[in-house]
Design a protein around this ligand. Structure first.
Ligand code: AHG
Ligand code: MN
Ligand code: MN
Length: 358
């Protein structure tokens, strides 16, 4: 029997084939998308490449977090008065560095920096994109090996923008103006999921070759799921309509597949990602202590709302579509109800005192 006929080697060849498979790399995918626009300059493709590179670096650092001195807090609080973790600061630095080096971005807004950061661009021309990001979401989970993420939102510098150096006003655009949005989840595997308004695609990092490979093409979220994600510890400070909705979810009714299941990681990216794939609703409502909720409109709610809608889901603050909210501040907060369209609609109906509407 020749070596190639041996069962062992053909098994191995099969494994190798499926490993190589038809997987497309993120870079190939981006270039393919770019080719669909004949006048594209490639700037946007380069911007996505810069973001994915920073994500790989953050991923590398995160995987070593317990072994090198990047656990724990920096001893600083960020602009929201929250304790800054060392990984928050590191991830912020990596993204700023990659975007600065890449030259396609002219302004960054980051959770970890009080002001918008203008980037001096290269001699080849000015970057025309604005990137808003939560460099590390769910960072209080790092020290205990729980999934965390990065969220990003991309806008174009308005054509009629007049200031020589862009300032925050250039970024204060409603979510409907996003040209792209995405997230990276550093979980049991690392995935980058993004949209440019033409569906949602997910790429899994193959650490052995350092490439994101298209593993979840054209992601769609179920209309109705069985999962609800909320910090129920704050139940007593929720609005009555929301409490009624939560009670309703926990009633038993086989026909509507209730009781629903609770899942709450405390990393928005991870909770959102799971619900996107399995079907569910994530809620971070207004509470008595935080009347505007906790999550930030511009770099948490907006990008995820864009992705949710592109996947067939829905995102509101209980009354208004997230993507239509006009931002006034970089670190503005908003209540958030996001996920499977039917579930979000029902949450809104309860909040608005008309639960029988859906
Ligand atoms: P970040 O780590 O970027 O500050 O975000 C934390 C957010 C979000 O990821 C998570 O869903 C939520 O805070 C958890 O807040 P609670 O502990 O109040 O539930
Ligand atoms: Mn966050
Ligand atoms: Mn964060």
């Amino acid at each position: 029997m020749s070596t190639s006929d041996s069962p062992v080697s053909s098994q191995r060849d099969g494994a190798i084939d499926s490993e190589l498979g038809d997987f497309e790399t993120l870079e190939q995918f981006i270039l393919e998308q770019q080719d669909r626009f004949p006048h594209s300059t490639g700037a946007f493709s380069r911007l996505l490449r810069d973001i994915s590179l920073a994500a790989k670096i953050v991923n590398r650092d995160m995987r070593k977090a317990g072994l090198i001195d990047i656990y724990g807090s920096t001893g600083e609080t960020n602009v929201q008065g929250e304790v800054q973790q060392k990984m928050d600061a590191l991830a912020h630095r990596e993204f700023v560095l990659a975007l600065r080096r890449g030259g396609e971005c002219c302004l960054i807004g980051s959770e970890e920096h009080a002001e918008a950061i203008p980037l001096s661009t290269t001699s080849e021309g000015d970057g025309e994109y604005i990137v808003l990001l939560d460099p590390l979401d769910g960072s209080s989970n790092i020290d205990v090996c729980v999934s965390v993420g990065t969220i990003f939102s991309i806008y174009r510098l308005p054509d009629d923008y007049e200031k020589e150096e862009p300032e925050l006003d250039a970024a204060l655009q409603p979510g409907t103006e996003q040209v792209a949005a995405g997230y990276v989840v550093y979980g049991s595997s690392t995935m980058l999921v993004y949209t440019t308004g033409n569906g949602v695609n997910g790429f899994t990092l193959d650490p052995s070759i350092g490439e994101f490979l298209l593993s979840h093409p054209n992601l769609k979220t179920p209309d109705r799921g069985r999962i609800f994600s909320i910090n129920a510890g704050y139940y007593n400070s929720f609005d009555g309509g929301l409490r009624d909705y939560l009670d309703w979810l926990q009633e038993t009714d086989a026909e509507s597949n209730r009781p629903a299941k609770t899942r709450y990681i405390g990393s928005f990216v991870s909770d959102f990602h799971r619900n996107l794939i399995k079907g569910g609703i994530y809620m971070y409502p207004a509470t008595q202590g935080s009347p505007s909720g906790k999550l930030r409109l511009m770099y948490e709610a907006n990008p995820m709302a864009f992705i949710a809608e592109e996947a067939g889901g829905r995102a509101t603050d209980g009354y208004t579509r997230i993507l239509e909210k006009q931002p006034e501040k970089l670190h503005q907060r908003t209540p958030l109800y996001i996920g499977s369209a039917d579930m979000v609609r029902r949450a809104e109906a309860f909040l608005q005192g008309e639960p029988e509407r859906v």
